[in-house]
Write a protein that binds this ligand. Structure first.
Ligand SMILES: [Zn+2]
Length: 85
């Protein structure tokens, strides 16, 4: 991937903690999207485009971690801060 190919949803996030890199915490404020912890059978699948965790926190994908996982930010101010434009 070159810089020219990078879009909002393909931005590479570096220096994230493991939870952020795995997509379970906001990349901006580290709020957990999976709190309270639920057994896997009860954990909703992430939906591309938008996601709402068990705690009812809307999250939007803002890029990928160094491991290639999709990472998320809270919908609203965190997502706005996460996007360069
Ligand atoms: Zn946040």
């Amino acid at each position: 991937m070159t810089a020219a190919d990078t879009t909002r949803s393909e931005a590479l996030w570096q220096g994230l903690n493991p939870n952020q890199a795995g997509g379970s915490e906001c990349v901006m404020c580290e709020r957990s999207f999976t709190w309270p912890a639920l057994p896997d059978p009860y954990r909703p699948e992430p939906i591309p485009g938008t996601r709402t965790g068990p705690a009812g926190i809307p999250a939007v994908p803002v890029g990928c971690s160094e491991t290639g996982s999709q990472v998320f930010a809270c919908a609203g101010i965190c997502a706005a801060l996460a996007w360069p434009d």
